[in-house]
Design a protein around this ligand. Structure first.
Ligand SMILES: NC(=O)c1ccc[n+]([C@@H]2O[C@H](COP(=O)([O-])OP(=O)(O)OC[C@H]3O[C@@H](n4cnc5c(N)ncnc54)[C@H](OP(=O)(O)O)[C@@H]3O)[C@@H](O)[C@H]2O)c1
Length: 338
Protein backbone atom coordinates (compact mmCIF):
# COMPACT_ATOMS: atom_id res chain seq x y z
CA UNK A 1 0.00 0.00 0.00
CA UNK A 2 1.20 3.53 -0.80
CA UNK A 3 2.83 5.30 2.14
CA UNK A 4 1.35 8.68 2.98
CA UNK A 5 2.46 11.84 4.70
CA UNK A 6 0.41 11.90 7.89
CA UNK A 7 -0.22 14.80 10.22
CA UNK A 8 -1.65 14.39 13.74
CA UNK A 9 -3.09 17.56 15.23
CA UNK A 10 -3.42 17.16 19.02
CA UNK A 11 -0.72 14.51 19.35
CA UNK A 12 -0.31 14.75 23.12
CA UNK A 13 -4.00 14.65 24.03
CA UNK A 14 -5.98 11.66 25.30
CA UNK A 15 -7.17 10.77 21.77
CA UNK A 16 -3.92 11.78 20.02
CA UNK A 17 -1.82 9.45 22.19
CA UNK A 18 -4.16 6.54 21.44
CA UNK A 19 -3.90 7.34 17.74
CA UNK A 20 -0.13 6.96 17.82
CA UNK A 21 -0.47 3.55 19.51
CA UNK A 22 -3.08 2.38 17.00
CA UNK A 23 -1.13 3.62 13.96
CA UNK A 24 1.73 1.42 15.17
CA UNK A 25 -0.49 -1.57 15.96
CA UNK A 26 -2.23 -1.46 12.57
CA UNK A 27 1.01 -0.83 10.71
CA UNK A 28 -0.48 2.20 8.99
CA UNK A 29 1.69 3.03 5.92
CA UNK A 30 3.42 6.30 6.81
CA UNK A 31 6.09 8.10 4.84
CA UNK A 32 6.46 11.37 6.75
CA UNK A 33 4.84 11.90 10.18
CA UNK A 34 4.15 15.35 11.60
CA UNK A 35 2.95 15.81 15.20
CA UNK A 36 1.24 19.07 16.14
CA UNK A 37 0.08 20.61 19.41
CA UNK A 38 0.11 23.80 21.37
CA UNK A 39 1.32 23.79 25.01
CA UNK A 40 3.21 20.52 24.48
CA UNK A 41 5.15 21.86 21.48
CA UNK A 42 8.80 20.87 21.89
CA UNK A 43 7.98 17.63 23.74
CA UNK A 44 9.57 14.46 22.36
CA UNK A 45 7.43 11.47 21.40
CA UNK A 46 8.56 7.98 20.36
CA UNK A 47 6.89 6.35 17.36
CA UNK A 48 8.16 3.16 15.69
CA UNK A 49 11.47 3.48 17.56
CA UNK A 50 12.08 6.97 16.21
CA UNK A 51 11.90 10.19 18.18
CA UNK A 52 9.60 12.99 16.97
CA UNK A 53 9.16 16.50 18.33
CA UNK A 54 5.69 17.98 18.69
CA UNK A 55 5.52 21.20 16.68
CA UNK A 56 3.31 24.20 17.37
CA UNK A 57 0.41 24.10 14.90
CA UNK A 58 0.07 26.99 12.50
CA UNK A 59 -1.29 27.72 9.01
CA UNK A 60 1.80 26.31 7.30
CA UNK A 61 1.87 23.05 9.26
CA UNK A 62 -0.18 21.04 6.76
CA UNK A 63 1.93 21.57 3.63
CA UNK A 64 2.62 18.28 1.78
CA UNK A 65 0.45 16.26 4.18
CA UNK A 66 -1.85 13.66 2.52
CA UNK A 67 -4.01 12.92 5.58
CA UNK A 68 -4.52 14.96 8.74
CA UNK A 69 -5.99 13.30 11.82
CA UNK A 70 -7.57 15.98 14.01
CA UNK A 71 -7.72 15.35 17.77
CA UNK A 72 -8.32 18.86 19.15
CA UNK A 73 -11.43 20.70 20.36
CA UNK A 74 -14.03 21.91 17.88
CA UNK A 75 -13.03 25.62 18.01
CA UNK A 76 -9.48 24.80 16.94
CA UNK A 77 -10.66 22.27 14.38
CA UNK A 78 -13.00 24.87 12.83
CA UNK A 79 -9.97 27.15 12.35
CA UNK A 80 -7.34 24.62 11.24
CA UNK A 81 -9.19 21.82 9.39
CA UNK A 82 -10.21 24.02 6.40
CA UNK A 83 -6.57 25.20 6.16
CA UNK A 84 -5.39 21.56 6.12
CA UNK A 85 -7.90 20.77 3.32
CA UNK A 86 -6.74 23.81 1.31
CA UNK A 87 -3.17 22.55 1.70
CA UNK A 88 -4.19 19.28 0.02
CA UNK A 89 -4.89 17.05 3.02
CA UNK A 90 -7.89 14.81 3.63
CA UNK A 91 -8.99 15.67 7.18
CA UNK A 92 -10.48 13.12 9.58
CA UNK A 93 -11.87 15.14 12.45
CA UNK A 94 -12.66 13.79 15.92
CA UNK A 95 -14.31 16.99 17.11
CA UNK A 96 -17.95 17.93 16.68
CA UNK A 97 -17.08 20.90 14.42
CA UNK A 98 -18.31 19.48 11.10
CA UNK A 99 -20.37 16.41 12.05
CA UNK A 100 -23.75 17.83 11.06
CA UNK A 101 -22.48 19.64 7.95
CA UNK A 102 -24.37 18.15 4.97
CA UNK A 103 -21.20 18.10 2.85
CA UNK A 104 -19.25 16.15 5.47
CA UNK A 105 -19.70 12.37 5.78
CA UNK A 106 -20.07 11.07 9.35
CA UNK A 107 -18.72 7.55 9.39
CA UNK A 108 -18.61 4.42 11.52
CA UNK A 109 -16.77 1.93 9.26
CA UNK A 110 -18.82 -1.05 10.52
CA UNK A 111 -22.06 0.82 9.73
CA UNK A 112 -21.75 3.20 6.74
CA UNK A 113 -18.28 2.76 5.17
CA UNK A 114 -19.58 3.73 1.71
CA UNK A 115 -20.22 7.32 2.92
CA UNK A 116 -16.45 7.95 3.03
CA UNK A 117 -16.46 8.18 -0.78
CA UNK A 118 -18.70 11.28 -0.65
CA UNK A 119 -16.15 13.45 1.15
CA UNK A 120 -15.05 16.87 -0.11
CA UNK A 121 -11.94 17.06 2.07
CA UNK A 122 -13.31 16.53 5.59
CA UNK A 123 -14.69 13.30 7.07
CA UNK A 124 -16.11 13.48 10.59
CA UNK A 125 -15.69 10.91 13.31
CA UNK A 126 -18.94 10.65 15.30
CA UNK A 127 -19.37 11.27 19.01
CA UNK A 128 -17.90 8.40 21.07
CA UNK A 129 -21.19 7.39 22.74
CA UNK A 130 -22.91 7.32 19.37
CA UNK A 131 -20.18 5.15 17.80
CA UNK A 132 -20.37 2.57 20.61
CA UNK A 133 -24.18 2.45 20.51
CA UNK A 134 -24.35 2.17 16.71
CA UNK A 135 -21.78 -0.62 16.39
CA UNK A 136 -24.13 -2.62 18.64
CA UNK A 137 -27.40 -1.41 17.12
CA UNK A 138 -26.72 -1.32 13.36
CA UNK A 139 -27.01 -5.13 12.88
CA UNK A 140 -30.36 -5.07 14.71
CA UNK A 141 -31.51 -2.06 12.68
CA UNK A 142 -30.64 -3.83 9.42
CA UNK A 143 -32.81 -6.79 10.43
CA UNK A 144 -35.77 -5.19 12.21
CA UNK A 145 -35.59 -1.39 11.54
CA UNK A 146 -35.20 0.56 14.77
CA UNK A 147 -37.94 3.17 15.22
CA UNK A 148 -37.00 4.44 18.68
CA UNK A 149 -33.97 4.34 21.00
CA UNK A 150 -34.07 5.04 24.73
CA UNK A 151 -30.56 5.18 26.21
CA UNK A 152 -28.79 6.03 29.46
CA UNK A 153 -25.03 6.33 29.27
CA UNK A 154 -22.31 5.82 31.89
CA UNK A 155 -19.40 7.78 30.46
CA UNK A 156 -15.77 7.50 31.60
CA UNK A 157 -13.79 10.58 32.64
CA UNK A 158 -11.28 10.16 29.79
CA UNK A 159 -14.15 11.18 27.49
CA UNK A 160 -13.45 14.70 28.77
CA UNK A 161 -9.72 14.55 27.91
CA UNK A 162 -6.39 13.98 29.63
CA UNK A 163 -6.89 16.59 32.39
CA UNK A 164 -10.17 14.98 33.45
CA UNK A 165 -8.48 11.59 33.70
CA UNK A 166 -5.70 13.08 35.85
CA UNK A 167 -8.29 14.78 38.08
CA UNK A 168 -10.06 11.50 38.97
CA UNK A 169 -6.71 9.94 39.86
CA UNK A 170 -5.68 12.96 41.94
CA UNK A 171 -9.03 13.04 43.80
CA UNK A 172 -8.69 9.31 44.61
CA UNK A 173 -5.16 9.97 46.00
CA UNK A 174 -6.34 13.01 47.95
CA UNK A 175 -9.21 10.98 49.41
CA UNK A 176 -6.82 8.22 50.55
CA UNK A 177 -4.60 10.86 52.19
CA UNK A 178 -7.55 12.66 53.81
CA UNK A 179 -6.87 15.84 51.78
CA UNK A 180 -9.40 18.32 50.38
CA UNK A 181 -10.30 17.71 46.70
CA UNK A 182 -9.42 20.12 43.92
CA UNK A 183 -12.17 20.48 41.31
CA UNK A 184 -11.25 21.84 37.87
CA UNK A 185 -12.15 19.52 35.00
CA UNK A 186 -15.77 18.97 36.07
CA UNK A 187 -18.27 21.19 37.87
CA UNK A 188 -18.36 18.81 40.85
CA UNK A 189 -16.21 16.17 42.53
CA UNK A 190 -16.21 13.13 40.23
CA UNK A 191 -14.49 10.64 42.57
CA UNK A 192 -17.26 8.64 44.35
CA UNK A 193 -19.92 10.64 42.52
CA UNK A 194 -21.97 10.72 39.28
CA UNK A 195 -22.68 13.87 37.27
CA UNK A 196 -25.85 13.77 35.15
CA UNK A 197 -24.62 16.46 32.78
CA UNK A 198 -22.19 16.17 29.87
CA UNK A 199 -21.78 19.35 27.81
CA UNK A 200 -24.15 22.31 28.12
CA UNK A 201 -27.94 22.24 28.22
CA UNK A 202 -30.14 22.98 25.24
CA UNK A 203 -33.42 24.93 25.62
CA UNK A 204 -35.35 21.63 25.58
CA UNK A 205 -33.67 20.37 28.77
CA UNK A 206 -31.41 17.84 27.02
CA UNK A 207 -27.65 18.31 26.96
CA UNK A 208 -25.76 18.74 23.68
CA UNK A 209 -24.14 15.33 24.27
CA UNK A 210 -27.61 13.74 24.49
CA UNK A 211 -28.75 15.43 21.30
CA UNK A 212 -25.65 14.16 19.45
CA UNK A 213 -26.97 10.61 19.82
CA UNK A 214 -30.21 11.74 18.12
CA UNK A 215 -28.79 13.88 15.32
CA UNK A 216 -25.69 11.82 14.56
CA UNK A 217 -27.61 8.52 14.86
CA UNK A 218 -30.10 9.71 12.21
CA UNK A 219 -27.30 10.82 9.86
CA UNK A 220 -25.19 7.65 10.16
CA UNK A 221 -28.11 5.23 9.84
CA UNK A 222 -29.72 7.35 7.07
CA UNK A 223 -32.87 7.22 9.21
CA UNK A 224 -34.25 10.77 9.41
CA UNK A 225 -37.32 9.71 11.41
CA UNK A 226 -35.45 7.77 14.09
CA UNK A 227 -36.58 8.80 17.59
CA UNK A 228 -34.00 8.98 20.37
CA UNK A 229 -34.33 9.77 24.08
CA UNK A 230 -30.96 9.82 25.80
CA UNK A 231 -29.59 10.68 29.27
CA UNK A 232 -25.81 11.03 29.52
CA UNK A 233 -24.05 10.61 32.86
CA UNK A 234 -20.37 11.03 33.76
CA UNK A 235 -19.14 8.24 36.06
CA UNK A 236 -15.87 7.78 37.98
CA UNK A 237 -14.43 5.21 35.56
CA UNK A 238 -11.10 5.96 33.80
CA UNK A 239 -12.01 4.69 30.35
CA UNK A 240 -14.71 2.83 28.38
CA UNK A 241 -18.25 4.11 28.15
CA UNK A 242 -21.20 1.84 29.03
CA UNK A 243 -24.77 2.26 27.82
CA UNK A 244 -28.16 0.86 28.77
CA UNK A 245 -30.26 0.85 25.61
CA UNK A 246 -33.86 -0.06 24.79
CA UNK A 247 -34.93 -0.20 21.15
CA UNK A 248 -38.36 -0.38 19.60
CA UNK A 249 -38.32 -2.04 16.18
CA UNK A 250 -40.72 -2.32 13.23
CA UNK A 251 -40.15 -6.08 13.14
CA UNK A 252 -39.93 -8.06 16.37
CA UNK A 253 -36.40 -9.18 17.34
CA UNK A 254 -36.27 -11.88 19.99
CA UNK A 255 -33.27 -11.93 22.36
CA UNK A 256 -32.14 -15.19 20.69
CA UNK A 257 -32.27 -13.58 17.23
CA UNK A 258 -30.46 -10.50 18.55
CA UNK A 259 -27.65 -12.67 19.97
CA UNK A 260 -27.39 -14.50 16.62
CA UNK A 261 -27.21 -11.24 14.63
CA UNK A 262 -24.69 -9.68 17.02
CA UNK A 263 -22.49 -12.78 17.12
CA UNK A 264 -21.96 -12.38 13.35
CA UNK A 265 -21.58 -8.59 13.39
CA UNK A 266 -18.29 -6.79 12.72
CA UNK A 267 -16.79 -5.05 15.73
CA UNK A 268 -19.08 -6.73 18.29
CA UNK A 269 -18.48 -9.34 20.99
CA UNK A 270 -21.50 -10.89 22.69
CA UNK A 271 -20.83 -11.31 26.42
CA UNK A 272 -24.20 -12.43 27.68
CA UNK A 273 -24.25 -15.20 30.25
CA UNK A 274 -25.89 -13.79 33.38
CA UNK A 275 -25.99 -17.24 35.03
CA UNK A 276 -22.18 -17.15 35.02
CA UNK A 277 -22.07 -13.42 35.94
CA UNK A 278 -20.85 -12.58 32.43
CA UNK A 279 -21.81 -9.19 31.02
CA UNK A 280 -19.91 -6.24 29.54
CA UNK A 281 -17.97 -4.10 32.00
CA UNK A 282 -15.69 -1.11 31.31
CA UNK A 283 -12.61 -2.71 32.89
CA UNK A 284 -12.95 -5.60 30.41
CA UNK A 285 -13.50 -3.44 27.34
CA UNK A 286 -10.55 -1.10 28.03
CA UNK A 287 -7.58 -1.17 25.63
CA UNK A 288 -9.27 -3.09 22.83
CA UNK A 289 -11.58 -2.24 19.94
CA UNK A 290 -14.69 -4.42 20.20
CA UNK A 291 -18.02 -3.24 21.57
CA UNK A 292 -19.20 -5.82 24.11
CA UNK A 293 -22.97 -6.46 24.22
CA UNK A 294 -24.90 -8.35 26.88
CA UNK A 295 -27.93 -8.34 29.21
CA UNK A 296 -29.99 -8.84 26.03
CA UNK A 297 -33.62 -9.26 27.02
CA UNK A 298 -37.15 -8.56 25.89
CA UNK A 299 -38.52 -5.27 27.19
CA UNK A 300 -41.47 -6.57 29.20
CA UNK A 301 -43.13 -3.14 29.22
CA UNK A 302 -43.66 -2.69 25.47
CA UNK A 303 -44.25 -4.54 22.18
CA UNK A 304 -41.39 -5.17 19.67
CA UNK A 305 -38.98 -3.80 22.20
CA UNK A 306 -35.57 -5.10 23.29
CA UNK A 307 -33.18 -4.02 26.04
CA UNK A 308 -29.40 -4.47 26.10
CA UNK A 309 -26.26 -3.23 27.81
CA UNK A 310 -23.07 -2.43 25.92
CA UNK A 311 -19.60 -1.12 26.70
CA UNK A 312 -16.66 -0.03 24.56
CA UNK A 313 -13.36 1.80 24.88
CA UNK A 314 -14.33 5.29 23.80
CA UNK A 315 -10.72 6.47 23.40
CA UNK A 316 -10.12 3.63 20.93
CA UNK A 317 -13.29 2.57 19.08
CA UNK A 318 -15.13 5.76 20.12
CA UNK A 319 -12.37 7.97 18.72
CA UNK A 320 -8.84 6.92 17.67
CA UNK A 321 -9.50 3.49 16.13
CA UNK A 322 -12.62 4.68 14.32
CA UNK A 323 -10.66 7.60 12.81
CA UNK A 324 -7.80 5.34 11.68
CA UNK A 325 -10.27 2.83 10.18
CA UNK A 326 -11.66 5.80 8.20
CA UNK A 327 -8.12 6.70 7.11
CA UNK A 328 -7.67 3.10 5.91
CA UNK A 329 -10.88 3.40 3.85
CA UNK A 330 -9.54 6.65 2.35
CA UNK A 331 -6.35 4.82 1.34
CA UNK A 332 -8.34 1.91 -0.18
CA UNK A 333 -10.45 4.33 -2.20
CA UNK A 334 -7.31 6.07 -3.47
CA UNK A 335 -5.99 2.66 -4.57
CA UNK A 336 -9.32 1.83 -6.33
CA UNK A 337 -9.18 5.10 -8.31
CA UNK A 338 -5.76 4.29 -9.81
N1 LIG B 1 -11.61 11.78 24.90
C1 LIG B 1 -12.48 11.07 24.22
O1 LIG B 1 -12.88 9.95 24.64
C2 LIG B 1 -13.01 11.56 22.90
C3 LIG B 1 -13.84 10.71 22.17
C4 LIG B 1 -14.33 11.15 20.93
C5 LIG B 1 -14.00 12.40 20.48
N2 LIG B 1 -13.20 13.22 21.23
C6 LIG B 1 -12.85 14.54 20.68
O2 LIG B 1 -11.47 14.50 20.30
C7 LIG B 1 -10.89 15.80 20.47
C8 LIG B 1 -9.67 15.69 21.40
O3 LIG B 1 -10.12 15.24 22.67
P1 LIG B 1 -9.13 14.75 23.83
O4 LIG B 1 -9.99 14.05 24.80
O5 LIG B 1 -7.94 14.10 23.27
O6 LIG B 1 -8.68 16.18 24.46
P2 LIG B 1 -7.37 16.51 25.32
O7 LIG B 1 -6.85 15.31 26.00
O8 LIG B 1 -7.73 17.69 26.14
O9 LIG B 1 -6.31 16.94 24.18
C9 LIG B 1 -6.47 18.12 23.42
C10 LIG B 1 -5.35 18.24 22.41
O10 LIG B 1 -5.57 19.45 21.68
C11 LIG B 1 -4.33 20.13 21.56
N3 LIG B 1 -4.55 21.57 21.40
C12 LIG B 1 -5.21 22.40 22.24
N4 LIG B 1 -5.15 23.67 21.75
C13 LIG B 1 -4.46 23.61 20.59
C14 LIG B 1 -4.08 24.57 19.63
N5 LIG B 1 -4.40 25.86 19.75
N6 LIG B 1 -3.37 24.16 18.56
C15 LIG B 1 -3.01 22.86 18.40
N7 LIG B 1 -3.34 21.90 19.29
C16 LIG B 1 -4.06 22.28 20.37
C17 LIG B 1 -3.62 19.82 22.86
O11 LIG B 1 -2.24 20.04 22.67
P3 LIG B 1 -1.32 20.66 23.84
O12 LIG B 1 -1.46 19.70 25.00
O13 LIG B 1 0.03 20.65 23.17
O14 LIG B 1 -1.80 22.03 24.14
C18 LIG B 1 -3.97 18.34 23.04
O15 LIG B 1 -3.07 17.54 22.31
C19 LIG B 1 -12.00 16.69 21.03
O16 LIG B 1 -12.64 17.35 19.97
C20 LIG B 1 -12.96 15.69 21.68
O17 LIG B 1 -14.29 16.17 21.74
C21 LIG B 1 -12.69 12.82 22.43
Amino acid sequence: MKKVNLCLLGASGAVGKEMLKILEERDFPINELKLLGNKDAGKKVKFRNKEYTIEKADKKSFKNMDITLVAVGSDISKKLSPIAVKSGSVVIDNSSAFRMDKKVPLVVPEVNPEDVKKHKGIIANPNCTTIIALVALAPLHKYGKIKRIIASTYQAVSGAGKEAMEELEQQARDWAEGKKFEINAFKYQICFNLIPQIDSFDKNGYTKEELKMLNEGRKILHSPNLKVNCTCVRVPVFRSHSESITIETAKKITPKKARELLAKAKGVKVVDNPAKFQYPMPLDTTNQDLVFVGRIREDISAKNSLTLWCAGDQLRKGAATNAIQIAELVLENLKDKK
